[in-house]
Design a protein around this ligand. Structure first.
Ligand SMILES: Cc1cc2nc3c(=O)[nH]c(=O)nc-3n(C[C@H](O)[C@H](O)[C@H](O)COP(=O)(O)OP(=O)(O)OC[C@H]3O[C@@H](n4cnc5c(N)ncnc54)[C@H](O)[C@@H]3O)c2cc1C
Length: 371
């Protein structure tokens, strides 16, 4: 293998960003993707996602204009605690699409990679043999794929749930549902006439729980989906020390590197910047490590918030939270949330929980979720 040859395992979002950055630097780049086509894992995609992000600053950082892949969420985002609704400001939240439709981020990245000369090898998996003897500068960008975490012995948290997806007339909208039958939440997102709905949890999610969610969808949002299917995966949120750029002779890239928000599990903005960092790691490992540390500096704090506070006091008490909201009055809570948003803008509470470039705070690596 020539010194300027790089093998990337996983041709999803971050893998393609790393590939594009390296080919532009004169490397010969092979992307090994387990699926038969681009578009990410067929278990999870096509899909729509919502994330707080600054598309301009993110594009600038990765050296590729991906701004058009992001559509601003167009209305305040409802958070339902059972049936009680509060809303958070939607400014700074964007929806994007994964998969093979022309409007997806994968389509844009794939066409840019092909144009630049990246070589794709489809139906090609990272195997135990490759893991035994990695070629220098090999990158693993396999997302949330459980078998890869196992092969590489990366601590991970298992989750499971239900997915529904398809065409819709509602675009650029999102809401979440917090019920006591899941440790995480249910959420709907939509962009460009396509929707994705996911109910997920670290505990088993039975049909009863799905039925509750479906009843809620029909009564609160007037939405009825028939095509629910079971899904599962893992996330690198099993230890405050999860984030790692170099591991067992590989460079880790995307969510598997731990560049993910441990509280709400936003993974998009971290995975995007991580594609660029993995490319830097091939050329200048020390600089990449500094960048990686900068972008993961809030991880252990957010991890502790989730594990010491959230799971212990907040989640088991969805019904109590609902009662408290009703006692305070959902409208008063909305006003409070809006003013907390502006406080966060001016104060030091700027670095919150989502790695990547936030909508209001581009010089920091952790985003602000605020008004
Ligand atoms: C159902 C679901 C909903 C989500 N919703 C949101 C959301 O709304 N907002 C948000 O911010 N984040 C969300 N996330 C998280 C976010 O989607 C991920 O963190 C992010 O897309 C991961 O990007 P990546 O580049 O690391 O991996 P991916 O883009 O997932 O790419 C991984 C690639 O590796 C390939 N692969 C897997 N195993 C192998 C192997 N052995 N060999 C070769 N290739 C392999 C896969 O086929 C895939 O193409 C969600 C995740 C899931 C699963």
């Amino acid at each position: 293998m020539s010194a300027r040859e790089v093998h990337i395992y996983g041709g999803g979002m971050s893998g393609m960003i790393a590939a594009y950055s390296l080919v532009k630097e004169g490397y010969r780049v092979f992307v090994h993707e387990k699926e038969a086509n681009f578009g990410g894992s067929s278990e999870y995609n096509p899909s729509t996602h919502v994330t707080p992000i600054d598309p301009v600053a993110t594009s600038k950082y990765i050296g590729l204009n991906i701004e058009n892949c992001f559509s601003p969420v167009s209305r305040p985002i409802p958070f339902y605690f059972n049936e009680t609704k509060i809303t958070i400001p939607h400014q700074g939240f964007y929806a994007l699409e994964r998969g093979t439709r022309p409007s997806s981020i994968d389509s844009l990245l794939y066409s840019k990679c092909i144009e630049a000369g990246v070589e794709f090898v489809f139906n090609s998996k990272l195997t135990a043999e490759v893991v035994e003897r990695p070629k220098p500068s090999s990158i693993v960008a396999c997302g949330l794929s459980p078998s890869v975490y196992k092969m590489l012995d990366i601590p991970c948290l298992k989750w499971e749930g239900w997915i529904s997806r398809g065409n819709t007339r509602i675009s650029n909208y999102a809401f979440t549902w917090w019920g006591d039958c899941v440790t995480e939440y249910g959420y709907f997102s939509s962009v460009k006439d396509y929707y994705f709905n996911l109910l997920f949890s670290t505990s088993p999610v039975g049909k009863n729980c799905l039925e509750r969610y479906r009843k809620f969808l029909a009564s609160a949002e007037g939405i009825e989906h028939e095509n629910w299917k079971r899904t599962a995966g893992v996330v690198p949120l099993a230890s405050p020390r999860n984030p790692r750029l170099f591991h067992k002779g590989f460079i880790l890239c995307g969510t598997i590197s731990g560049l993910m928000d441990p509280v709400f599990w936003f993974g998009i903005s971290g995975a995007i910047v991580s594609g660029k960092i993995a490319a830097i790691a091939v050329m200048d490992p020390n600089r990449a490590e500094l960048e990686f540390n900068r972008f993961t500096s809030g991880f252990s704090r957010s991890y502790l918030i989730k594990n010491r506070f959230w799971y212990k006091y907040f989640r088991p008490a969805a019904n109590k939270v609902e009662k408290a909201l009703n006692f305070l009055g959902p409208e008063n809570v909305n006003i409070l949330l809006r003013s907390m948003g502006s406080l966060a803008l001016s104060g030091k509470i700027r670095q919150t929980i989502v790695p990547g470039f936030g909508p209001y705070n581009t010089e920091h690596s952790w985003t602000v979720i605020s008004n």
